[in-house]
Unconditional design. Structure first.
Length: 133
């Protein structure tokens, strides 16, 4: 694990959340992107070496919509940057962590992503991400 890449925050309305985080951080988001496979619209802010990713559901049966319905808005996941995502999957599986998707998939912000089940990480959804070359 190289660093915390970003913290994902589930929001009901990305435009309102963008305005809130603009006030909080003092600057605009640098990117908005839709990830169809996850049914989510994302917005990114830089914060030092890390980022904040706002996540808005595109439809009611998306994972983010289900998360908000169950827990409300708030921190959804912590993402760690890795150099070799496939090697990290193998290492973490050998350590007993439950990987939700064994094969990396394309995520937002030009990244390959994999998630670890919260039951194996003390209740925190963990994302591993690697820059797509």
């Amino acid at each position: 694990m190289n660093k915390i890449e970003h913290i994902g925050i589930a929001v009901k309305n990305i435009e309102s959340a963008n305005q809130l985080y603009k006030k909080l951080l003092g600057y605009e988001h640098y990117k908005t992107e839709t990830v169809e496979s996850e049914g989510v619209t994302t917005s990114f802010f830089t914060c030092g070496e890390s980022k904040i990713e706002l996540l808005e559901a595109q439809h009611q049966d998306s994972p983010i919509a289900k998360f908000i319905e169950k827990r409300g808005e708030g921190i959804h996941h912590v993402a760690f940057a890795v150099s070799d995502i496939k090697a990290e999957i193998k290492r973490l599986q050998a350590e007993g962590f439950t990987v939700l998707n064994d094969t990396p998939k394309k995520g937002a912000d030009n990244k390959w992503v994999v998630f670890l089940h919260p039951k194996s990480t003390s209740g925190v959804l963990v994302e591993l991400c690697q820059e797509i070359e």
